[in-house]
Design a protein around this ligand. Sequence first.
Ligand code: GMT
Length: 379
Amino acid sequence: MKIGIVCYPTYGGSGVVATELGKALAQKGHQVHFISYRAPARLDSFVENVFYHEVSFADYPLFERAPYETALSSKIVDVAKFEQLDLLHVHYAIPHAATAYMAKQILKTHGIHLPYITTLHGTDITLVGKDATYAPVVTFSVNQSDGVTAVSQSLKDETYQNFPITREIEVIPNFVDMNRFRKAKKEHFKIAIAPAGEKILIHASNFRKVKRPEDVVKVFKKVHDEIPAKLLLVGDGPERQNMEQLCRDLNLMDDVRFLGKLDPVEELLAVSDLFLMPSETESFGLAALEAMACHVPVISTNTGGIPEIVVNGQTGFMSNVGDIDSMAGNALMLLNNENMLNQFKNQAAEHARQFDLIKVLPKYEAYYEKVLQQGLVDA
Ligand code: GMT
């Protein structure tokens, strides 16, 4: 198949999923064409069968902001015609589903049929998409999609609750490459981070408010008050400054490390004891799954799709949003009991296997086939 993939190139989960999916499809012999305004962060090495098409948009004094949607639709048209794409798969509804619709209509006037699949990732539905600014376009372009997938049952339910969606939504969960995210011996890292054998807690995100990054620090403070511990913070984003200030105010800076946007997060997960995810909402929680694959249990909230990956009392513990005491108490219960912690570590990795890339990839391939077949029937 010749598949076009449209995604955000940034470190957000939707871009990661789109890029890893594209690379894996290419390895199975499909030809994959990424279309974005920058090369996706995880497209960091040469992969046969993978092509990248950059959307450039000319600035003009009349525009306060260059019209990316117009440039993206034009680029999709261009790539679809020249590369003879069979299918377009767009990740994150805003604005990608609408641009795909526009491209499809333009291609129709050229006698070309380009079906498009929209994958809903979360904030495109739960946060941004719900806003009246975007809702009519999101609803329309999702309903016009030839196929719609959601990364969790929770997101599917929430989509139907919030939008008059008439399309059937297929749940295809996010996945993890268990060859990359696995237990690894990184003793030198451990010694550098926790020289006195302190427990290592880790959080990775885009430090947006929805991740409740302050709760990460507050939970860590309670743990740190009881046992020697270190906190690793991977990522960056708008709340970084506030987090840093809070760590200073709580006198934690000696034991907290802000690592920035570090790509090989698996190397740090390999030395970590617990992953913290106190999010307000999380359609899936890919970062938690990647942690589990690396034998790191998760202390999280019980919101959105998290309960679909974390097994409470087996691969981690879940608490209500904002319940710092509960999350800190659960973290301490595990960190103070070496046997229990090791058991949870093994159970986390075992459970993550359900979401192994090699198990999820065929679900996408089968769905692509179904959509293409449906197109033949409709034509
Ligand atoms: O919030 C983020 O981390 C970024 C956002 C994105 O689309 O880039 O993530 C969403 O999609 C991820 C991949 O499907 C999910 O794992 C995240 O749970 C989801 N974020 C939220 O729902 C807040």
